[in-house]
Design a protein around this ligand. Structure first.
Ligand SMILES: Nc1ncnc2c1ncn2[C@@H]1O[C@H](COP(=O)(O)OP(=O)(O)OP(=O)(O)O)[C@@H](O)[C@H]1O
Length: 206
């Protein structure tokens, strides 16, 4: 029994085609997921997070099949492509949303400083650039309490220098908070900075 994440003979069906997954991630490991476009990287993250159904197999976290749980019951924090920011709330209100009475205020502010978005906290998300929104989403996703972090091209809107800064920050927080992290990226530099290991999805069945 794995204490981390074990994806066991998982099959996701789209009409005539099936996607197959078999994977083991150690607790605290940062795994980069690569593979050709359309091979099923995003689909895998959606199934783990509970936003898409699998038709067979298991997703075990610490020995327990999380496919049985509703999305909000899973030990998962995922950064969506659209960064799930509420437009009518300020950036800061967005950041503290969902922490209830245990807001890690100091850590959130420190992260905003490190990722160069501290000046943006009192603004509305609509006033931010795509890259600034992406970093706000990243901060919230990483600093939430859930142990399993799913990131789908989380640096896509960042310039090379900011991308490197954000990748280093992700690595640092993941290690410090003992997160288990799956990172979908096409960039080799992200893999080198963030990941312990790279897994190339080929679409072959097990
Ligand atoms: N809603 C859907 N209906 C039917 N087929 C779908 C649907 N979503 C995805 N697929 C199929 O599932 C496969 C995997 O898609 P997915 O988006 O997971 O790939 P990906 O590896 O993340 O690709 P990319 O790198 O381009 O983002 C694709 O071949 C696609 O045709």
């Amino acid at each position: 029994m794995s204490e981390g994440l074990l994806i066991n003979r998982l099959i996701v069906n789209y009409g005539v085609s099936d996607l197959h997954y078999q994977l083991n991630v150690e607790p605290g490991e940062c795994l980069a997921i690569q593979g050709e476009s359309g091979v099923g990287k995003t689909t895998l993250l959606y199934v783990i997070a509970g936003f898409q159904a699998a038709c067979q197999g298991e997703v075990l976290w610490q020995g327990r099949d999380i496919l049985m749980l509703q999305a909000d019951q899973r030990p998962v924090s995922m950064l969506f492509q659209e960064y799930n920011l509420f437009e009518h709330l300020t950036v800061w209100q967005n950041l503290i949303l969902g922490f209830h009475d245990s807001v890690p205020e100091q850590a959130l502010r420190q992260a905003a400083e490190q990722l160069l978005v501290a000046e943006q906290l009192n603004k509305l998300p609509g006033e931010l650039s795509g890259g600034q929104r992406q970093r706000i989403g990243l901060i919230r996703t990483l600093l939430r309490p859930e142990p399993l972090i799913l990131l789908d091209e989380p640096f896509a809107e960042l310039d090379a220098k900011t991308r490197q800064l954000a990748a280093q920050w992700v690595r640092e927080v993941a290690l410090k908070e003992n997160k288990t992290l799956l990172l979908v990226t096409h960039h080799q530099e992200d893999v080198e900075i963030v990941a312990d290991r790279k897994w190339v999805l080929t679409g072959e069945s097990f």
